[in-house]
Design a protein around this ligand. Sequence first.
Ligand SMILES: [Zn+2]
Length: 152
Amino acid sequence: MEKITSFTINHDTLEVGMYISRIDDDIVTYDLRLVKPNNGYFLSTGSLHTIEHLFATYARNTKFSKNIVYVGPMGCRTGCYLLTRNMSHEDAISLVQDSFDFISKFEGEIPGTKKEECGNYLDHDLDKAKEDIKPFLKALQNYKVENLKYQD
Ligand SMILES: [Zn+2]
């Protein structure tokens, strides 16, 4: 089978940040890399799961709601994917900055964590999530469209 595009990027040189993973017609897939790959620390499933719930909830409650195609975690537990449609890269960067800022300040009940709302409702960790996103939030300060390109 052919190697899919996301396996062809060099994960050894990939740093924490936001990148364009691929563009398929009008759909843009962003790679939100929260931790450096293969560097000894990975998001726990609870942390990543909480980030997913809060990120998706926040993003879908903004004016860009209709532009969000998908928000989801990476199986390697080093980040998330964001798929958008008809949205500028500038707006995508702002949305991600705002979403993760929201997560960093979130208190209370995580949305969608009742038993009937989630497939593993006890597997959440808000404290860890807040801690885990700090390097990403820092990396995204003053982020520009040109920073979205993977570095070689
Ligand atoms: Zn869930």
